[in-house]
Write a protein that binds this ligand. Sequence first.
Ligand code: GLU
Length: 548
Amino acid sequence: MDLKKLAATLIPDQDLLPLGKYEEMYPPRNLPPKAEVTRLAPSPTGFIHLGNLYSALADERIAHTTVGIFYLRIEDTDEKRKVEGAVESVIRSLKYFNVNFDEGAEIDSPLNKYGPYYQRQRASIYRAFAKDLIERGLAYPCFCTEDELNAVREEQTAQKLITGYYGKYAKCRNLTEEQIYANLAAGKPFVIRLKSQGDTSHKITFRDRIKGEITVTENDQDVVILKSDGIPTYHFAHAIDDHFMRTTLVIRGEEWLSSLPVHIELFKVLGFPMPAYGHTCSLMKVDNGTKRKLSKRKDPELSLDYYRKAGYYPVAVVKYLMTILNSNFEEWERKNPQSDYTQFKFTIEKMGKSGALFDLDKLNDISKTELSKISPEDMYAFLKGWADEFGSESDKAHFADKDYVISILNLVMGIGGKKRRKDIERAEQAAAMICYFFDDTFSPVYEYRFDKDTVNAVLSGFSAVYDPADDNSAWFAKVKEVAASNGFAAEMSDYKANPSAYKGSVADVAEILRIAVTGSPNSPDLCTIMAILGKQRSLSRLAAARVN
Ligand code: GLU
């Protein structure tokens, strides 16, 4: 068969370069010897999940700790799954978690010398290599229809055979020249398939950087390399891209392990050295006592948007992922609580070989710890960022008043107090926690433990003497006065010595005031809360809290 003629007929493109030119256009990178070039290669479906962040974080850490490059490539060969704005959303979501690309799609960088970074824009490179494979008798056109392929699959399934296009099932593999040209003349659509040279009785030993040594069976499937629209499949495109973008390490989900034999053969026939691969284990969760993979359908926490909307502190999410990515991170973190996680020596070899258990409770704990370390200024910036993007109209309005919010945060975070508060988990919760400082979201529950006359007398008694200029002890002395003049013990010790002689103690009086001002019997220091609210707002709350 005249393979040159066949290749020129199947791929008549005029814009293809001689293959060596691509090597010149995309030369090996000039990087230090141990530098790793890693990439994230998502399809632009608009759904970016925790698994992507998990891999991206590993990619980013490895590239940056080895003074290498981490780039973004968009695998958009499947037009149907493409969603507008998906690329920006990937970049934005990852940036939120401090994962930044050095080069790639939509990244403004002088390093962008290995593009285009959208696979659809690279069609001619793939087609040039497919054409070469046809010329070398290593690829061929296949005219099988969907129905024919389905029938073969059914037959194979019924006979409990491996499904696919191989051996005697590879019908178009041995078409004669006449048959091929007749099909083409009849206008039949075709795909280009690899003419596999593999043999399933051969085993290949492969060293995966995460899983260690694994043995796979040689590929014998004549996989599709160019689809009928001339666009490559993932298998073919990624091999060409990882070679010409000079990727040294591919970190991807373990669902790709089953395709590894195909990829090994593709690199071989293309004549490219293989980059190293590390297949990450799937994120699992315990559901009703059994472990299962996190699922897009069942688990909202798989989506990265979930964490942004709920207002997780990004560093907490990153640190949590680091604990599942590298088994020694937690110990390092314990020894270096003040250090930035980027100082940790991340290594691919320490990554887990099997199912990583995702535990939301643990993430929440880390989140509380992280938020208990930051300054009110940083907390404010974080909460405002969240409110502006995801908060209600009231949240947005509340966070507009920086000084007021910072004074509240100083108090609720326990700054300057004996102990920093360690129970703030997420922005959403923090916003709810401070909403009683704002009249539009102040929704008190006036549940007093004393009769109407006592409550009203305490409220008006304290209103009459309240002076915002009082310090904490002067303020408390006034609470005591109001207690004494309303039948409460001003000193706890007096009350304890003779409880039946009083209506209650000074603590009960403070509780009435607290309910009136904050709407609840539990709050941080009331004197400070009143100072933050200001005289006017405090007095009108005391008045509004009277019982009719
Ligand atoms: N486009 C593939 C995916 O989204 C990428 C796999 C890889 O990283 O090679 O799963």
